[in-house]
Design a protein around this ligand. Structure first.
Ligand SMILES: [Zn+2]
Length: 278
């Protein structure tokens, strides 16, 4: 069942990515046939979105496989490879855009370039709507999503003004999209670094601490890290109340850890017995 649904999902998302790629190709023709550099930079980001989306799709698929001998914690974090892939593809595209936009020498723009930008953007919008129907697909293609629509509108407007006013407007439009791309790369790199840094989620830690304390355990140390948002692992050192046997404490702890595991919190607990010194 899940296999068939998985295949369906893969198909829908593949269509979405093909639409995005199609948008990129239409926009590329807007540069080749009608000379708009704003549309060119926009086209490059569109093609990057399709390639990046494909990498995200593949890594997300792998990340859903169950734990095995080489990944006892599960494969979820492989999904971060998708974000990394997106960064690499967009970095390559940023370089290509810098080279292809070139110095601000006069050139002519045909106003039809703005039409290609609008068609390409419409294809992109259709792809997003399609992908959003799928809960995982929505998050998969959420990267750089709506900004791409704005970029499309900027390039269309810049190309139009580039044709009717001056090439400088078109050129400036290209630079603006490029600047946004570089800013996005910086922001996404920072975000990815944070996500893979074994970050803790305060709410989760508080919840686990309260659960342990509700059974009269004293929490000596508690460390919980995020594997991916929604899945956690950690360890705790707790002190059992005076007079509690290790067997009794173990039964209580087993109950707690089993309940936590159902909520995707994998907690290893070490129990200390309270002594006279403590
Ligand atoms: Zn594995």
């Amino acid at each position: 069942m899940s296999n068939m649904r998985g295949r369906m999902r893969f198909k829908v998302l593949s269509i979405a990515l093909a639409l995005i790629l199609g948008g990129g190709i239409v926009k590329t023709s807007g540069y080749l046939a009608f000379g708009s550099k704003a549309v060119l930079v926009d086209a490059l980001t569109c093609i990057a979105a399709a390639l990046g989306g494909f990498i995200v799709l593949v890594t997300t698929k792998i990340s859903l496989s169950p734990p095995d001998t080489d990944h006892p914690y599960g494969h979820e974090r492989i999904a971060y490879g998708g974000a990394l892939g997106v960064l690499i593809v967009y970095s390559i595209v940023a370089g290509a855009a810098i080279i292809s936009i070139g110095p601000p020498e006069p050139y002519t723009v045909d106003s039809r370039a703005s039409v290609t930008a609008l068609i390409g953007t419409a294809l992109y919008a259709a792809a997003i709507i399609l992908a959003r129907m799928d809960p995982i697909g929505g998050s998969v293609l959420a990267v750089f999503t709506w900004s791409e629509i704005i970029e499309g509108l900027v390039s269309a407007a810049a190309a139009y003004a580039g044709a009717s006013l001056s090439y400088i407007v078109d050129y400036a439009g290209g630079l603006a999209i490029l600047a946004y791309l570089l800013a996005s790369l910086y922001r996404e790199s920072k975000e990815l670094t944070f996500k893979i840094s074994d970050v803790t989620e305060k709410d989760i830690t508080t919840k686990v601490r309260k659960l342990l304390e509700s059974r009269k355990f004293k929490v000596k140390s508690l460390r919980i890290r995020t594997i991916i948002p929604g899945k956690y692992s950690g360890d705790a050192v707790i002190i059992a109340p005076r007079g509690t046997s290790l067997e009794a404490a173990n039964i209580l702890v087993d109950e707690i850890t089993e309940a936590l595991l159902k909520e995707n919190i994998d907690l290893v607990v070490h129990i200390d017995l309270e002594t006279a010194a403590e």
